[in-house]
Design a protein around this ligand. Structure first.
Ligand code: 5GP
Ligand code: ZN
Length: 118
């Protein structure tokens, strides 16, 4: 399968690794939008949040455990945000489930709509 994040997870494409275990891989986003911007992905290919099922959902809980561990290990003490974009309207650009871990700045809250609802 020609999937960018599968290739990053198996080392075929280089990345700046933050954390790895047998189930997940975490690396720095190539175009950070906050001072700390990591991506946490399952090693198993799942196309996105809409493809999470009873059979594969355990890895999502594990990803949140890993996020808490990474925040602790990296000294992220002022809070962090986890986001997953699913599908075209949400701006998903890589079709391999990934969670953005954002930190290092005080963030606002809201959705910047490309085509605002009237
Ligand atoms: P999405 O837009 O799908 O929610 O997030 C995809 C993210 O992957 C983007 O924030 C983008 O900067 C990041 N990204 C895309 N290609 C690469 C790459 O080759 N290496 C790394 N480290 N990040 C990438
Ligand atoms: Zn993949």
């Amino acid at each position: 399968m020609d999937c960018l994040f599968c290739k990053i997870a198996n080392g075929e494409i280089p990345s700046t690794k933050v954390y790895e275990d047998e189930k997940v891989f975490c690396f720095k986003d190539i175009a950070p939008i906050t001072p700390i911007h990591y991506l946490i992905i399952p090693k198993e290919h799942i196309s996105g949040a809409s493809a999470i099922t009873a059979e594969n959902s355990a890895v999502v809980a594990h990803i949140f455990e890993v996020a808490a561990k990474i925040a602790k290990d990296e000294g992220i003490s002022d809070g962090f945000r986890i986001i997953t974009n699913c599908g075209e309207n949400a701006g998903q650009t890589v079709n391999h489930l990934h969670f953005h871990l954002l930190a290092g700045v005080k963030m606002g809250w809201g959705v910047e709509a490309v085509n605002p609802v009237e």
